[in-house]
Design a protein around this ligand. Structure first.
Ligand code: MSP
Length: 659
């Protein structure tokens, strides 16, 4: 049997100075999607993640928490592992830099590099940034601030061991020249190459000023510099320090995924350390951008982050994964916002994909008693475009883009196919074909083609939104796991006519913004018992609730009539202090003036609303938003997450009911 292509993929090893947040989630989700895709290509994937636990930053965070560094690390590491479990990350190995096998590996590397003549003792004096764990060469007496994070640096002089980085300038330059894709995207490769061209200074790789780290084996008053320590985690996880079996199998790494802020460590220092030890550098370092909020990088130190737990309390993993992978191309920065996640979920997953799925499946149920119909070639696939060809072309483009790490583009390809399938259904009007028994073969063909497109979609989407892709796969009557399908061999026409489709369920429910906002404002619900069953209803995630309520299902006129909407006149409007989204409105609804808090503050100025007629849902349960009472809801459309208020063209009386 031929050996399968090996694909060793790594995430950065995360600092454990705080709970995992959305920046960490992004790196990990991205790696997980890439790993899932390559597994579906039949490759021997080994995904490594882990934690970077040594250094001053952690030592200080532990002291602040009143814990020993090890206890502190243990607690935070448990949070990281729980976070990855909640997000459904399928990693193969987890390395902690406080493990013995890691210590053995780091010490071995240190010894080997020294024996090879690239480590020497000396004295180092410089401006040290505790936050970045590195000396800031640009800082000076006049300007002590760290050029990377802006925080003040500290002057330190210490005995140290240097790594002869300068000796690798030529070798690195040649390596970049011969491996043009070593760093992706290409602009980052250029930056790295010109940095190295500008000259390399030797690197201080030990500290005598801290204790929380791995001692230099022959001179234990020195502790190994945290970056030398952490980078080695990638090979200590392969047991480089002990038996090295996994190392022989998987090194060099195929892709090392990093944020752009830590690219230099991975694309300059790390290959130099490896070269100095006589080992191969990784094949590729893929640098992703940052998620920003209000134009700033999201980070613990900027207090603008949400923990993975907070996010998972609000959203299903698929909604988060889809947002991260679709919203920004890998190298670029993206804007992180709840509205962005809700918008992507509702417009792409619930509307485009979810509606396509429920529409097709319901028609198979109604017109063919849930049995997948035969298709007839002579009936053709026109009008509405050739779905077969479109699907085949989408599979090709998707794979091509995924291989090039253009994941957001690959998803655009998928959504183009969804659009095409929706158009195909509209132009073939199966509901009309169903009225004429003579058209039954044609109706069957249209539905078969639509369902087969859905099958193709479920396979392509499996690495991105694994839960929904599996729901769709099962609903189509396919057995087993969609993730077991080989994406390389994916083609058209594998759904078997005569198969009974699964229960029609909503693949992706819509998320209600107001409910999510209210869930954020609500205090933690009291726990009634330990078992999951005993959890109160309101503990359910909004997304779960929506699925339970099957929001995309139709409602009867009686059910609709329970929602009382009336024309209201805005008498007064002001901003809710501390929020740029919420407005507090006083609205005359004919019988009384109601106070309503609306999340429209980014799209509307309060002054512009006074005197305007709006549609108000008047029989909602009252709620508190950011501590302000709200008794009603103004109705608005959502345009890519931006609210657009419902308004009236003709004259209408305040208090009139909307029906
Ligand atoms: N411990 C080092 C990595 C050592 S690897 C041998 C480290 N850890 S970190 O926890 O600070 O960051 C880890 C990763 O999370 C980095 O790739 C970083 O880019 C990413 N992110 C942290 N905040 C981020 C955003 N706001 N947006 C996107 N990713 C960001 O650095």
């Amino acid at each position: 049997m031929p050996t399968r292509k090996r694909f060793f993929l790594t995430t950065p090893l995360y600092y454990v100075n705080g709970a995992p947040h959305q920046g960490h989630a992004y790196s990990t989700i991205l790696a997980d999607a890439i790993a899932r895709y390559h597994r579906m290509c039949g490759e021997d994937v080994y995904l490594l993640t882990g934690t970077d636990e040594h250094g001053l930053k952690i030592q200080r965070a532990a002291a602040e928490a009143g814990l020993t560094p090890q206890d502190f690390c243990d607690r935070i590491v448990a949070q990281f592992q729980a976070a990855w479990k909640r997000l459904g990350i399928q990693y193969d190995a987890f390395i902690r830099t406080t493990e013995d096998r890691h210590t053995a590996s780091v010490q071995r590397m240190f010894e080997v590099i020294r024996k090879n003549g690239f480590i020497y003792p000396g004295k180092y004096s410089g401006w040290y940034c505790v936050s970045c764990e590195s000396y800031a060469s640009e800082a000076s007496e006049e300007n002590r601030n760290c050029p990377d994070c802006g925080r003040p640096t500290e002057k330190l002089t210490e005995d140290t061991y240097f790594f002869k980085l300068s000796a690798f300038q030529k070798q690195l330059t040649e390596f970049y020249r011969d491996n043009k894709d070593f760093v992706l995207p290409p602009t980052r490769m250029n930056e790295i190459a010109s940095f190295v061209k500008g000259g390399l200074r030797d690197l201080s790789i030990t500290r005598t000023t801290l204790t929380w780290g791995i001692p230099v084996p022959f001179d234990p008053k020195h502790v190994i510099y945290v970056w030398f320590d952490a980078l080695n985690g990638y090979i200590s996880a392969l047991d480089y320090g002990t038996d090295g079996k996994l190392f022989k199998k998987y090194w060099p790494a195929r892709t090392q995924l990093v944020g752009k802020d830590i690219l230099r460590f991975h694309a300059v220092y790390w290959p130099a350390f490896l070269m100095a030890a006589g080992l191969e550098p990784p094949r590729q370092v893929l640098a992703h951008g940052w998620w920003l909020s209000g134009g700033e990088k999201i980070s613990k130190s900027r207090h603008n982050f949400a923990t993975v737990d907070e996010l998972c309390d609000l959203f299903e993993p698929d909604s988060l994964r889809y947002f991260f992978l679709r919203e920004a191309p890998i190298g670029g920065d993206g804007t992180f916002s709840l509205d962005g996640i809700i918008g992507r979920n509702n417009s792409d997953l619930a509307n485009d994909l979810g509606n396509l799925a429920s529409r097709c499946l319901k028609m198979v149920e109604t017109y063919f008693e849930g049995i997948l119909p035969e298709w007839f070639d002579q009936e053709g696939v026109q009008p509405g475009g050739d779905l077969r060809e479109f699907s085949r072309e989408t599979i090709r483009l998707f794979k091509e883009n995924f291989q090039k790490n253009n994941i957001s583009r690959a998803l655009e390809n998928v959504w183009e196919l969804i659009g095409s399938a929706n158009r195909y259904i509209v132009s073939n009007e199966p509901w009309k074909l169903a009225r004429d028994p003579a058209q039954k073969p044609r109706l069957g063909t249209v539905l078969y083609n639509s369902c087969e497109t859905l099958r193709v979609l479920s396979v392509l989407l499996a690495p991105i939104v694994p839960d929904g892709a599996q729901r769709l796969w099962t609903a189509l009557g396919c057995s087993g796991k969609v993730s077991d399908v080989n994406i390389v061999k994916l083609g058209w026409g594998e759904l078997r006519p005569g198969t009974r489709i699964g229960a029609v369920q909503s693949i992706y429910p819509r998320l209600e913004r107001e409910k999510l906002i209210a869930a954020i404002q609500q205090p933690e619900p009291a726990t009634i018992g330990n078992s999951e069953k005993e959890q109160p209803e309101k503990n359910k995630k909004p997304a779960e609730e929506a699925r339970a309520a099957n929001t995309s299902a139709r409602v009867s006129i009686e059910e609709f009539a329970r929602i009382e909407m009336r024309v209201g006149l805005v008498k007064h409007a002001e901003r809710v202090p501390g929020s740029d989204k919420l407005l507090k409105l006083q609205i005359d609804i004919g019988t009384e003036v109601r106070q309503v808090v609306a999340g429209i503050g980014k799209a509307y100025q309060p002054e512009a609303l006074v005197g305007r007629k709006v549609a108000v849902v008047v029989n909602l349960n009252p709620a508190k938003l950011m501590g302000v009472d709200s008794d009603g809801m103004v109705v608005a459309a959502s345009e890519g997450g931006k609210p657009v208020l419902v308004s009236f063209v003709e004259e209408v009386k305040v208090g009139s009911r909307l029906k």
